[in-house]
Design a binder for this molecule. Structure first.
Ligand SMILES: Nc1c(NC[C@H](O)[C@H](O)[C@H](O)CO)[nH]c(=O)[nH]c1=O
Ligand SMILES: CC(=O)[C@@H](O)COP(=O)(O)O
Length: 162
């Protein structure tokens, strides 16, 4: 199902574990910060709405999306978190750099999920233009940060039960 057929902000609290006992790390890229701030706000609001406490949400910034992997790794190593959300927005430019950044973050986040015991949520917009990013960070398609927060709660709960 494409994003255009699924609002990213929709969730049913009755199907989501209470997040009050979980500690979340959120690593936020500063590139395209008007977008990543909206993604962060969506994630933070959803975590709090589902019971998380402000002191259990630890935010770190990194320069760009490529640095999200390192930031998440260090967050896992030092902050005793139950889940990490990586937030970035990569927008296609003139060159192949877009493809390499997106692939690097994708593989890096996947590797952290395989190599560490802490789930890492992939909240990376990989868009062709700014309008697509606006549409997915609180616009007509909802907020991918909200979606990521719900995934984070569910994965923290799975980890605790596993
Ligand atoms: N063009 C975008 C970037 N580029 C920067 C890289 O992520 C990285 O910070 C740099 O290559 C230094 O290692 N980052 C984004 O997050 N979004 C972009 O559109
Ligand atoms: C994803 C990027 O790094 C990209 O925005 C950089 O733009 P360009 O490919 O025009 O250098």
């Amino acid at each position: 199902m494409a994003t255009e057929n699924k609002n990213l902000s929709n969730y049913d609290k009755n199907t989501i574990p209470n997040a009050k006992d979980f500690r979340f790390g959120i690593v936020v890229s500063e590139w395209n910060d008007t977008i990543t701030e909206d993604l962060y706000r969506g994630a933070e609001a959803a975590l709090l709405d589902c019971g998380a406490t402000p002191e259990n949400i630890i935010r770190w910034n990194v320069p760009g999306s490529f640095e999200l992997v390192y930031g998440a790794k260090k967050m896992i190593e030092s902050q005793a978190v139950d889940c990490v959300i990586t937030i970035g927005c990569v927008i296609k430019g003139e060159t192949m750099h877009f493809e390499f950044v997106c692939e690097g973050v994708t593989q890096g986040v996947k590797d952290l999920n395989v190599q560490t015991d802490v789930p890492v949520i992939f909240c990376l917009l990989t868009d062709n233009n700014m309008q697509q990013s606006i549409d997915r960070s609180g616009g007509k398609h909802g907020n991918k940060g909200t979606e990521a927060a719900i995934a984070a709660i569910k994965m923290a709960d799975l980890r605790r039960k596993a």
